[in-house]
Design a binder for this molecule. Structure first.
Ligand SMILES: Cc1cc2nc3c(=O)[nH]c(=O)nc-3n(C[C@H](O)[C@H](O)[C@H](O)COP(=O)(O)O)c2cc1C
Length: 264
């Protein structure tokens, strides 16, 4: 599938087939895609525990279940618990040295680049090291990693849904994730039980309201021909709600034994 079509097919898939396990190799592919995502200073603070419903110990499953939207967790064959290790920032100097050795940083003779890194850049980062562990840039990077894993999942015909959780502490305990880490979100992964359109493209705010050109006062012009091209390439798809969505929802809820209204 072309990237544009994968983007067009990505939407939160809440109804997955509980009986069809996701192969660990496919989860590995998602994680491989995540690992290659860009990260400030190359520190890579994004981590994940992949919980497989058929092999995880009961106490692990218990620690991620029983929350809001619990039914999504209960039917998903795999739940990725994405978390952030802020201590990755501690070895940021080494990661920058690696980048320099890899020829990814700066210009000019290597000796000068090493000097600039050691004498100028690293002391700046060292001085603000602790603040770099605070929520902010790291979360942005983690989002990029999760997005790449997500697109990989859709490219392989899987569906996922991100679920925020206020129960990070309980989850950390249950999964043995170190105390200093931050749980970011749970992502259910499975083979879709619903049609890939899942009722159609979910509504979005108008393009011009979101993006500007050169100055806040100037909305970025949305050209019709670009939109048409993206429709042809299957990135922009039919908007929700599609005519048979309510019937599809009723069918799925019954098949999966989800009590109406099925929101919790
Ligand atoms: C970081 C994040 C957290 C989310 N948390 C929840 C959640 O707790 N419960 C839920 O049902 N959906 C959750 N979602 C899914 C959004 O509701 C969904 O992305 C939105 O409705 C748009 O639909 P779409 O993903 O199909 O485009 C979350 C999505 C993201 C990216």
């Amino acid at each position: 599938m072309e990237l544009r079509e994968v983007i067009g097919r990505r939407r939160s898939i809440r109804f997955v087939r509980p009986y069809k396990m996701v192969e660990p190799e496919k989860i590995q592919m998602m994680l491989e895609a995540s690992r290659l995502a860009s990260h400030w200073g190359n520190v890579q603070s994004l981590r994940a525990v992949a919980v497989f419903r058929d092999t995880a110990p009961k106490e692990v499953l218990d620690s991620i279940e029983g929350f809001i939207v619990g039914w999504q967790i209960r039917i998903a064959p795999v739940i990725l618990v994405w978390y952030l290790d802020p201590n990755a920032v501690d070895v940021q100097g080494d990661r920058l040295r690696e980048l320099l050795d890899a020829g990814a940083l700066g210009f000019g003779p290597k000796k000068e680049r090493v000097e600039a890194l050691e004498k100028t850049l690293l002391p700046i980062f060292a001085a603000i090291g602790e603040s770099l562990k605070e929520p902010g840039l790291n979360e942005v990077d983690c989002g990029q990693g999760i997005a790449q894993a997500t697109l990989m999942a859709y490219d392989m015909g899987l569906g996922t849904c991100c679920l925020g959780t206020p129960h990070g502490e309980k989850i950390k305990k249950g999964l043995g994730i170190p105390e200093h880490c931050r749980v970011l979100l749970l992502q259910t992964v499975g083979y879709p039980a619903e049609h890939w359109e899942a009722g159609g493209q979910r509504p979005r705010l108008p393009f011009e309201e979101l993006y500007q050109m050169n100055h806040f006062s100037t909305p970025f012009e949305r050209k019709a021909e670009v939109v048409e091209e993206l429709k042809r390439d299957k990135m922009i798809t039919r908007p929700a709600p599609l005519p048979d969505r309510e019937d599809e929802l009723a069918f799925l809820q019954q098949a999966l034994g989800i009590e109406p209204p099925g929101l919790l």
